[in-house]
Unconditional design. Structure first.
Length: 394
């Protein structure tokens, strides 16, 4: 009687023989990394403990008949083309420890019944089209491991729900799982958590850089915690040195509010993925100014800033162009002016939508005479606060 079959990593094609899916004495089946196609319609393997079908071309819905394999410990169906919803019948697999459904075409919600599998240690659903809220029940999973002396209590340790469409708040109970060492939530744009963590959990000595001129601190909620900057509404992100701006998500597809006009924003190369819209809030430092990173911009004694606001968009712009850009611009200056114009257009459109933004900082012009402005040496302006820390010319 056949008890184990391992033919993984070959070039086997065609469909899986139905007789193999009804082998009642089979304990281990590995058909992974082949070219198998077709669907799984009737699975009845009452003694099977390990089923590996990953990296094939299998399609169709996940079979509800998997409930007839109650001895399963590991179910790996990743990197196929399975579609439809995750059947609640998987909750019958009370001994299941590893469930991997990554890289398929699954839709719908994660059934709470599946989230209560009592011995689950690893749940991996990466890169599907799942949606809805994450079930609270996942944060309560633990079991007594009878295979270990003294029946050690084990808890869920790996959760990967990245690259889906989950939304809402992540249940706080997830972060209380004592064995959780890997949690990946990235690629779920509507998934959020309140940015009110203790300082001890935010590590600025370990940062991830993004292509749009900003970086974010490591958050130590679990040993390996992967998420997007928008998950905490960019609260633990700052503009790089040489740039300035405020980082926070708006209502317009992840775009960021910005209060500055850059001198031309190139696409830098960060170590993290290019977070969509993430750099539009970090602008390259203006002339006659210094930007140490973050939200502040500093300028030297002898210059004063020119702003635009919703009440005087045209007049202040005309003043700045007359004083600062009165001569024929070079190619580099033309690029800077074009970028400033684009930023001004985005700012004007945001004002038109009713968004509340800081005044737009156009640049700096020399004081008319020596003591006419910023008499207290260098000045600064912090975006998001709207405060100029010294006097400016009338």
């Amino acid at each position: 009687l056949l008890e184990a079959l391992d033919v993984g990593a070959n070039q086997i094609d065609g469909s899986i023989p139905q007789s193999l899916l009804l082998a009642r004495h089979l304990d281990f089946l590995d058909l992974s990394h082949n070219q198998l196609s077709g669907s799984l319609k009737n699975v009845n393997l009452p003694r099977l403990r390990y089923l590996h079908l990953q990296s094939n071309k299998l399609e169709g819905p996940l079979p509800r008949s998997l409930e007839h394999s109650p001895q399963l410990r590991a179910l790996n169906l990743e990197s196929n083309q399975f579609s439809g919803t995750i059947p609640s019948s998987l909750s019958a697999l009370r001994l299941l420890r590893v469930l991997r459904l990554d890289h398929n075409l699954l839709t719908g919600q994660l059934p709470p019944a599946v989230a209560t599998l009592p011995q689950l240690v690893e749940l991996s659903l990466r890169n599907n089209t799942l949606s809805g809220a994450l079930p609270r029940e996942l944060g309560d999973l633990f079991f007594e491991d009878s295979a270990v002396a003294d029946h050690v209590t084990r808890w869920l340790s790996v959760i990967d729900v990245s690259l889906n469409g989950f939304s809402g708040s992540v249940p706080a109970s997830y972060f209380s799982l004592p064995d959780l060492y890997y949690l990946s939530l990235e690629g779920n744009p509507d998934l959020r958590m309140s940015p009110s963590l203790p300082e001890s959990l935010v590590d600025w000595s370990v940062t991830t850089s993004y292509a749009n001129h900003y970086h974010c601190a490591a958050v130590k909620l679990v040993p390996t915690f992967i998420t997007d900057p928008s998950f905490f509404d960019y609260a633990y992100c700052r503009c790089d040195a040489g740039y300035y701006g405020t980082l926070h998500a708006s209502n317009s597809a992840g775009d960021l509010h910005s209060s500055g006009v850059g001198d031309g924003a190139g696409d830098g190369n960060g170590e993290g993925d290019d977070d969509s819209g993430g750099g539009s809030g970090c602008m390259v430092c203006l002339e006659e100014a210094t930007c140490p990173g973050g939200a502040s911009i500093f300028w030297k004694e002898g210059y004063f800033p020119v702003f635009e606001d919703a009440r005087s968009v045209e007049s202040d712009a005309a003043v700045f162009r007359t004083i600062r850009i009165g001569q024929s611009p070079s190619q580099k200056q033309s690029q800077r002016q074009s970028e400033r114009q684009r930023q001004r257009q985005r700012w004007s459109e945001s004002i038109g939508r009713g968004d509340t933004l800081d005044p737009l900082l156009l640049g700096f012009v020399p004081c008319p005479h020596e003591h006419a402005c910023n008499p207290n040496s260098d000045c600064s302006y912090q975006l998001g606060v709207g405060v100029v820390s010294c006097e400016v010319c009338e």
